[in-house]
Write a protein that binds this ligand. Structure first.
Ligand SMILES: [Fe+2]
Ligand SMILES: [Fe+2]
Length: 142
């Protein structure tokens, strides 16, 4: 596996406390998952790491969506749809690992996982963080 993938994910910093903290936790969980896959591909360990990532992701998306509603974010709909799509993707993979009792994780997949979080932050979260700063709500709790 590409060593750069397991060296640790670097999330873009958005300047919104709760988002940056959650993203850091998700990046840590993703890095751990990639490391477990790289080391031995042990199904139980991969599964546990996946459960952690999915759980952090669900909590974070919910927090972000509640914040968007509270702050009347005009792009809430598309952003929420994208969250749903990401949850579907990650849940599908987690289910497949469980059902097949086999990691079956290709190089493509590890790249996908690496980009999964970063791309969303770049393409969606950055705009929301910008909006929060504009309306002066970046420092407020979600
Ligand atoms: Fe988001
Ligand atoms: Fe986010």
């Amino acid at each position: 596996m590409d060593a750069a993938l397991t060296a640790g994910l670097e999330c873009p910093i958005l300047g919104v406390g709760f988002m940056d903290k959650d993203h850091r936790d998700m990046a840590t969980a993703t890095t751990r998952l990639l490391a477990v896959i790289a080391v031995d591909g042990d199904v139980t360990a991969v599964n546990e790491a996946f459960v952690d990532l999915v759980s952090l992701t669900l909590t974070h998306f919910d927090r972000e969506e509640r914040s968007m509603v509270k702050n009347a974010y005009p792009e809430y709909g598309p952003h929420r749809t994208e969250h749903a799509r990401l949850i579907e993707q990650i849940s599908f993979i987690a289910d497949r690992i469980k059902a097949e009792n086999n990691c079956g994780l290709s190089e493509d997949f590890t790249h996908f996982l690496h980009d999964w979080l970063i791309d969303h932050i770049e393409n969606y979260d950055k705009s929301y963080a910008h909006y929060l700063r504009e309306v002066g709500a970046a420092a407020l709790p979600p």
